[in-house]
Design a binder for this molecule. Structure first.
Ligand code: CS2
Ligand code: MG
Length: 402
């Protein structure tokens, strides 16, 4: 089999998505997600200028070799743009392989290890009461695990907490907008928030929280320790993990489970976190983390250290990525939980998914390969619109981690 053509499709059904389509002389085409929120065109150009010309004529069945061709072969390893491009190629090749062998992707990864994939929903609100209403909605929909985020009294607009009634979408049209932050107020508020959530919803609901990299290791240690009585499923990104050693301090002080890695793009971002057992869940997404090929290796290494997967699944990753993640979730033994934020209806006019949610779990049908269809005519109806993630400033104006 040979690759005969490949193209990049950029569309904006409510938000931007970048898709790579690779076709072969066997008449089989594969799809890969190449969406990097706020930097979509950089990945599209990387693929169009450098990867697609090099793919033509190659045998798509040699996925491992092609992965290393684009990783080692270019000399400039890693980085979000490069790794998102490699991830898209990798997903499209696995899609082709599954279609060529007429079998769903999970079958090529060792088969199913479970009957359903446990997922968590997002509940948000500009204040505590509205957030509690949103948790109720998610429980009514059948979710058994809910991530809880709320506006913080005295702090303006907080990342990832939409205005009342708006869908979750941290990126906004045009150049980055500015949001504010105050760690002291945040640290005082979050334990009170969880105390209230447990009071209303009891012990059985799995609760998660995302600190979005906002604390220093010592602040994170205080937060993790003060959240212990509320038995969180996980505390996510309490610190920015560029300094992997920083997690030692958090770990020393608390047993609250920690989840990290949605911005990682290589196993080398987490070797210390794994080998010293500093985290409990690894969040690397397929789309930015080297695709199925690399995630399998990351999951295998994590399992040696009793670390489970908790793959990133925000709405800025396309349905192709979510479906591919579900195949991995079904297959790996050390699966923990999968993030689930349903895409808007408009997104499904372009991408027809092969998965569904039922009573807290997700399921995928047996369509060969990854199994998501792309309607290119619909995609063309929604042209790209520039949008960026926000910049985050402390109340005095100092630039902070977002
Ligand atoms: C968030 C994401 O899902 C999460 O845990 O942190 O919404 C993240 O902020 C976005 O994917 C960034 O594009
Ligand atoms: Mg997150």
């Amino acid at each position: 089999m040979k690759i005969t053509s490949a193209k990049v499709i950029v569309c904006c059904p409510g938000r931007n998505f970048v898709t790579l389509k690779i076709c072969t002389d066997a008449g089989i085409c594969g799809l890969g997600d190449a969406t990097l929120n706020g930097r979509e065109k950089a990945v599209a150009t990387y693929l169009e200028e450098y990867c697609i010309p090099a793919l033509i004529g190659k045998d798509p069945r040699n996925i491992e070799d092609l992965w290393h061709y684009f990783y080692k072969g270019v000399y400039w390893k890693r980085g979000s743009v490069t790794m998102t491009a490699i991830s898209a190629i990798d997903m499209a090749l696995w899609d082709i392989k599954g279609k060529a062998l007429n079998t769903p992707l999970y079958n090529l990864l060792g088969g199913k290890s479970r009957q359903g994939v446990l997922v968590y929903a997002h509940a948000t609100g500009p204040n505590l009461e509205q957030m509690l209403e949103d948790v109720s909605k998610k429980v009514e929909q059948g979710y058994q695990a809910v991530r809880v985020q709320s506006g913080i009294p005295g702090v303006g607009r907080v990342y990832g907490v939409p205005k009342s009634g708006q869908p979750y979408e941290p990126a906004q049209k045009g150049l980055p907008h500015e949001e504010s932050w105050d760690t002291a107020r945040y640290l005082n508020f979050v334990p009170k928030m969880f105390s209230r959530v447990r009071e209303v919803f009891g012990e059985d609901l799995h609760l998660l929280h995302d600190a979005h990299h906002r604390c220093t290791p010592n602040e994170a240690a205080r937060l993790a320790r003060e959240l212990e009585p509320f038995h969180l499923f996980w505390l996510e990104d309490p610190v920015s993990a560029e300094l992997q050693e920083g997690l030692r301090l958090v770990r020393q002080h608390s047993t609250t489970p920690l989840a990290l890695g949605e911005v990682f793009n290589s196993v080398y971002d987490c070797t210390t976190l794994f080998s010293e057992q500093l985290i409990d869940y690894i969040r690397m997404p397929l789309v930015h983390g080297g695709g199925v090929t690399h995630l399998q290796k990351v999951a295998a290494l994590a399992s040696l250290y009793h670390i489970q997967t908790g793959i990133h699944g925000a709405t800025d990753l396309s349905p192709i990525n979510l479906a591919a993640s579900l195949h991995v979730d079904f297959a790996v033994n050390n699966f923990g939980i999968q993030e689930h934020m349903p895409h808007a209806e408009m997104v499904h006019e372009v991408f027809q998914p092969n998965y569904h949610f039922e009573k807290g779990f997700m399921y995928i049908n047996d369509a060969p390969g990854i199994g998501v269809e792309l309607n290119e005519e619909q995609a063309a109806q929604y042209p790209y619109q520039m949008a960026c993630l926000p910049v985050n400033r402390k109340l005095d104006g100092t630039l902070h981690y977002w």
